[in-house]
Ligand binder design. Structure first.
Ligand code: G3H
Ligand code: ZN
Length: 275
């Protein structure tokens, strides 16, 4: 079933997992994992993944169909959208929330562009996540060493009206090792300063214990992409050596199953239990 747009706000005590989808096997695998764990899930489609497919419609339709058929609540979210016109297509594509990413811009410009997109999306009933990195902008939120300032974060949320805030607290995108050190004290201070749920990007690089501690400190939405790519691709490597394997289903089925297993593991042992 499609999850209510309030899923992130409703997950303050437990945390909620958001996974990046690239292929239909990511969609079906992730939903199968969430069903086995009996927990809600967010399927998120990035601007990069849309560029890969050449258009949002096919993968958006597949994600929507899978969410409707799912036995657990599944929300659909557009992730890291820098193009305003694409962000504004969320309602028509069936997405209940959008992460509008202007974090690489100077603060004032990030505020102005995010506020305009947020007003337009709110009018259509769509929730908005935005991102704030280095004080004053300039660097994206997940470059090494970047941190979000609590006071500036509070002002940003007040000025833009966003419903969730991605913060820079020590994680980085696309890590294949899980040794990112999160600043848990900063997460606590941000959670006290900011009235909306906090989002951790780059969670693939954070250990299970690190994610649990981050949720305990105030992170609500936990974004995982690369870790599913690692699971997906490792499963394919395991079967591709055999030259008799030519039917894509022979390697995509194990890849889909690996995504399901990792989503189930994250939801049963790391994210989604009350803190
Ligand atoms: O928005 C997507 C996430 O931040 C995923 O990051 O691929 O490093 O897990 P990750
Ligand atoms: Zn991200």
């Amino acid at each position: 079933m499609i999850a209510s747009a309030a899923l992130v706000a409703d997950s303050r005590r437990t945390g909620v997992l958001a996974v990046n989808i690239v292929t239909i096997e990511h969609i079906t695998g992730a939903v199968a994992g969430a069903e086995r764990a009996e927990r809600p899930l967010i399927l998120q489609l990035s601007e990069n993944a849309i560029a890969y497919h050449g258009a949002p419609e096919p993968v958006a339709a597949a994600a929507r169909a899978a969410a409707i058929a799912a036995r657990v609540p599944v929300a659909l979210h557009l992730d890291h959208i820098t193009d305003e016109s694409l962000a504004l297509r969320a309602p028509e594509l069936g997405f209940g929330s959008v992460m509008f990413d202007a974090a690489a811009l100077p603060f004032a410009e990030n505020v102005a562009r995010t506020r305009a997109v947020t007003e337009a999306l709110h009018a259509a009933g769509v929730r908005v996540e935005a991102e704030l990195g280095e004080i004053g902008g300039k660097l994206g939120a997940h470059a090494p060493g970047v941190r979000t300032d609590p006071e500036e974060a509070a002002a940003f949320v007040a000025d833009t009206g966003v419903d969730a805030l991605a913060v820079a607290v020590g994680s980085q995108h696309a890590m294949t090792t899980r040794d990112a050190m999160l600043d848990l004290d900063l997460i606590s201070r941000l959670a006290s300063a900011v009235p909306v749920p906090l989002v951790l990007h780059g969670s693939s690089g954070v250990s299970d214990d690190g994610i649990r501690s981050a949720i305990a400190a105030g992170i609500v939405k936990v974004n995982v992409g690369t870790a599913l790519g690692v699971a997906f691709t490792s499963a394919i490597r395991g079967v591709l050596d055999d030259p008799a394997v030519v039917d894509p289903r022979r390697y995509l089925a194990p890849a889909r199953d690996a995504v399901a297993a990792e989503v189930e593991r994250l939801l049963t042992t790391v994210i989604g239990a009350a803190r």
